[in-house]
Design a binder for this molecule. Structure first.
Ligand SMILES: Cc1ncc(COP(=O)(O)O)c(C=O)c1O
Length: 441
């Protein structure tokens, strides 16, 4: 048995082997230079933005697309365009990125959380109905990690209770549910093109819908409340509704268009890389690899695994075991660590409930007098997940066999020597994944 790197052995992964996402090449540089040559830098109807909107709508099969400054902006626009607001409740999974829920507060509505499914980590559709009240207006399913949520069940519940469905597809560009691209199933959807995402623009987002009224309102909301993008008309500078400034710019739009040409190719590489990892990791019955139901595709924005100390015969808590493994793998040169560290309702925002100030919209709200309590223990699946999951970074192109063979060697070394791993459980080192940066302190 080779000595573990945490015990002073040679790391399995060579320094610098992990390549950053996204791969940027001459095609991207040319696209960005085109903007400088055109000398049009912004505008909802500017050429790169307009072309990107058309290309994305065609790609996912939707009538309308508005490019935005972020996924958060697109989510807020979706709620506002559907006129969800004061006095309304919106259902959202308890485990996701904050913005899936904070957009509800931005719209002055109340987030109501539902636990996630044990295998997909998406909203547990069987638990939605018990959270529906006379105030519920919408459901925001999130296609978490790149895996589509149970959209048939969610749409059926929504139709029965006359609820609007806003897909949070921020992590799932190109993923398909029963042959349909995510973002084309609900009433509206939001995507994020922030730099870690499968379709990258640096920052950016998409608001998409087939509904003409939502589109018209979305267009007004995106630009100050009146500015429908029509190059043939003069700007009137007369806001008719309360809007925002959520436009994107031509530079990220041009870059995103160039990256979009390679989205399918890049997703296919991710899928191949993840299949390779899954095959290696399935040799260990105490490691849970991602579950992909047969009716959908996973585009692996993030690849996560879970560790079960009991099945591994290790006398540590799930949290202790996970951290011990993260330390040993990190020393071998594998980029591992956690992304979300608690269920969303456990975050301070939902514990202090200061909101917009003075407790609004939970308190001092003329249209809402119910007491909503957010407790992590009400979401046992999400709370258990954060104890024992870790993300493995390196499945994005341009990474491939070269890196993953080294990862495989690292996993075998560490997983076949759990006795040595456990000895370091109290070492003063924290492995935590943050955006694109993996930090070990
Ligand atoms: C699930 C989810 N929703 C919303 C967002 C918000 O997107 P953005 O960062 O572009 O505002 C993100 C990403 O950050 C996300 O992962």
């Amino acid at each position: 048995m080779k000595k573990l790197a945490i015990d002073g052995g040679e790391p399995a992964v060579s320094a610098g082997a992990l390549k950053p996402w996204p791969p940027i090449d001459e095609r991207d540089k040319k696209a960005v230079l085109r903007v400088f040559e055109n000398q049009v830098l912004c505008g909802g109807g500017a050429p790169e933005t307009a072309a990107l909107q058309k290309e994305w709508a065609e790609y996912i099969g939707r009538k309308h697309c508005l490019a935005t400054s972020s996924g958060t902006a697109a989510l807020h626009m979706a709620l506002a365009a559907a006129q969800i607001g004061l006095g309304d409740e919106v259902i959202v999974p308890a485990y996701t990125f904050l913005a899936s829920a904070s957009c509800i507060l931005h719209a002055n509505a109340i987030p109501i959380f539902v636990d996630i499914d044990e295998r997909t980590y998406n909203i547990d559709a069987t638990k939605i109905e018990q959270k529906i009240t006379d105030k519920t207006k919408a459901i925001i399913p999130v296609h978490l990690h790149g895996l589509p949520a149970d959209m048939d069940d969610i749409m059926a519940i929504a139709r029965q209770h006359k609820l609007i469905v806003i897909e949070d597809a921020c992590q799932a560009h190109g993923a398909e549910y029963k042959g349909k691209k995510v973002g084309s199933i609900g009433d509206l959807a939001a995507f994020s093109q922030n730099s870690s995402k499968n379709l990258c623009g640096g920052e950016g987002g998409f608001f998409v819908t087939d509904n003409d009224a939502y589109m018209m309102r979305g267009d007004m909301l995106r630009m100050f409340g009146d500015e429908i993008d029509d190059e043939t008309k003069l700007r009137v500078y007369n806001a008719s509704i309360l809007g925002y400034m959520y436009r994107t710019q031509e530079l990220p739009a041009a870059f995103t268009r160039s990256q979009l040409q390679r989205l399918d190719e890049n997703n296919a590489i991710r899928q191949k890389n993840c299949a390779f990892l899954t095959e290696i990791l399935q040799e260990y019955p105490w490691v849970t690899t991602p579950y992909v139901p047969a009716d959908r595709t996973h585009v692996y924005w993030m690849y996560i695994v879970r560790f079960d100390p009991k099945r591994a015969g290790v006398d540590l808590s799930p949290r202790e075991f996970r951290i011990a493994l993260e330390k040993a793998l990190h020393k071998e040169g594998v980029a591992v660590g956690q992304w979300q560290i608690m269920p969303v309702p456990a975050q301070d925002l939902f514990q202090t409930k200061i909101g917009h100030g003075k407790g609004f919209p939970w308190k001092n709200n003329p249209l809402y007098d119910r007491e909503v309590v957010y407790r992590a223990e009400d979401y046992p699946v999400a709370s258990t997940l954060v104890e024992n999951y870790t993300a493995i970074i390196g499945t994005n192109p341009p990474n491939g066999t070269e890196l993953l063979e080294m990862y495989a060697e690292a996993f075998r070394k560490v997983f076949n020597d759990l006795g040595a791993v456990v000895k370091h459980k109290d070492d003063d080192m924290v492995a935590h994944f943050s955006g694109r940066v993996f930090m070990a302190a």
